[in-house]
Design a binder for this molecule. Structure first.
Ligand code: UD1
Ligand code: UDP
Length: 371
């Protein structure tokens, strides 16, 4: 029996984990002689029903075996609470929901670049448990982003690095990950696991009769910690809303800053954080997407929607290179310019993010390594 611990915590990780759990279920049905037991640990980084609970039923993800309930806090408070909890699980000091403790872990599966990812990497690597990092090698080259710190540390501590793009592989090569002197590290371009989910679920989304709108999402620390940046973004969205409806599912982090600073949202169609299928539907039918989210900019590309990226840089540089997105930062003028430019542009959406079978490949590489 191969025992894997999957660590999730933030919304996008819960969604990504669905593809891996599906691959585990298919593997167990096809090859029962090499059974894989995946247990899921939810750190509790996201905890509102519409930021966490809703996805389990909707995407068919098994309920977490461990729920640390760490919740919100400063980076140090949140990450340290998670490291402590994950270590207890890995050393058999914290029971699963059936009251059983386990110590026989063969590997820990981590996604992306959140504080939950960092905590999983630190806890597992210090216990010499192999770390499998999905979405490895992405870089924004902006160390002010908490995600950049998390992904650099996690990559350094990983045993197998699953890069979603050739750019991510190249970033790791530049950082010396192919240097044999640094011990065993395997880097694989397996494609993007979010693409697996988009392909799997996009046929199941509701048809939206109203296609005359744009979709916007904003939540990044660099945009929300600076009220002036957020004010500029909302001013640009208000300007767009003068001609086209702007639908904005509001992240709780952003909601708090908007309220505390009295930012005007009156022209916008603000809705609570949407479920995954609702979001795919909103993306699929939008004229255009404006976002600072990593996941939403990729899903826009997968669903062939042009995208304005509300950041100064992106890890998903392929989208910009292919003219399907424009980096507009938080400048009201640049966002408006990008809006007119993209609406008039003939955009290409080549298949750049794998073949939609990333999770299957990842599991098979993990099994080859372990068995
Ligand atoms: C986190 C990730 C970010 C990812 C995002 C996905 C880090 C450092 N950041 O950012 O990379 O893009 O998740 O959405 O890990 N809150 C609630 N309810 C919740 C969750 C959060 O009200 O269920 C509020 C709290 O006020 C909290 C704030 O949102 O302090 C920020 O949450 P946190 O998880 O720290 O960071 P995110 O901005 O969500
Ligand atoms: N998403 C969602 N509801 C929303 C906004 C986003 O389900 O209201 C999904 C989206 O489809 C994508 C993922 O959440 O799969 C992206 O997560 P998020 O934007 O929170 O974080 P990031 O990708 O930037 O880390």
């Amino acid at each position: 029996m191969i025992n894997l611990l999957t660590v999730i915590g933030a919304r996008p990780q819960i969604i990504k984990a669905a593809a891996f759990s599906r691959a585990v279920a298919s593997h167990n049905a096809a090859r029962p002689e090499v059974p894989v037991l995946e247990r899921i640990l939810h750190t509790g980084q996201h905890y509102d029903e519409n930021m966490s609970g809703v996805f389990f039923g909707e995407l068919g993800i098994p309920q977490p075996d461990y729920s640390l309930g760490v919740g919100s806090g400063s980076h140090g408070e949140q990450t340290s609470g998670m490291i402590e909890g994950i270590e207890k699980v890995l050393t058999g000091k914290l029971a699963d929901r059936e009251g059983e403790c386990h110590k026989d872990w063969d590997g820990v599966v981590l996604y992306g670049d959140t504080n939950s990812t960092l905590a999983g990497a630190v806890a597992a690597s210090k216990l010499h448990i192999p770390v499998f990092h999905i979405e490895a090698g992405l870089r924004s080259f902006n160390m002010n982003m908490p995600e950049e710190v998390n992904r650099i540390v996690c990559d350094q501590l990983s045993t197998i690095l699953f890069a979603p793009t050739q750019t991510a592989v190249d970033n790791l090569r530049e950082e010396g990950f192919f240097d044999e002197k640094r011990g065993f590290r395997k880097v694989v371009n397996c494609g993007d696991i979010m693409y697996d989910n988009t392909l799997y679920f996009s046929g199941k989304v509701s048809e939206n009769k109203d296609c005359d709108y744009v979709l916007a999402t904003v939540h990044r620390q660099e945009n929300t910690d600076d009220a002036d940046r957020l004010r500029n973004i909302f001013a640009a969205l208000a300007k767009v809303a003068e001609s086209t409806k702007v639908v904005l599912p509001l992240h709780p982090r952003t909601a708090k800053v908007v309220e505390a600073n009295g930012i005007d949202t009156s022209g916008l169609t603000i809705i609570p954080p949407a479920s995954y299928l609702e979001t795919l539907s909103l993306e699929k039918h939008a004229k255009l997407v404006l976002t600072d989210s990593g996941g939403v900019q990729k899903e826009a590309f997968f669903l062939e929607r042009p995208c304005i990226i509300l950041r100064n840089e992106t890890e998903w540089v392929e989208i910009i290179r292919h003219g399907a997105g424009i980096l507009a930062g938080a400048s009201c003028g640049r966002i408006i310019e990008a809006y007119s430019e993209l609406l008039g542009r003939k955009v290409q959406f080549p298949k750049l993010f794998g073949d939609g079978k990333a999770a299957e490949k990842i599991l098979s590489i993990i099994l080859n390594f372990l068995v």
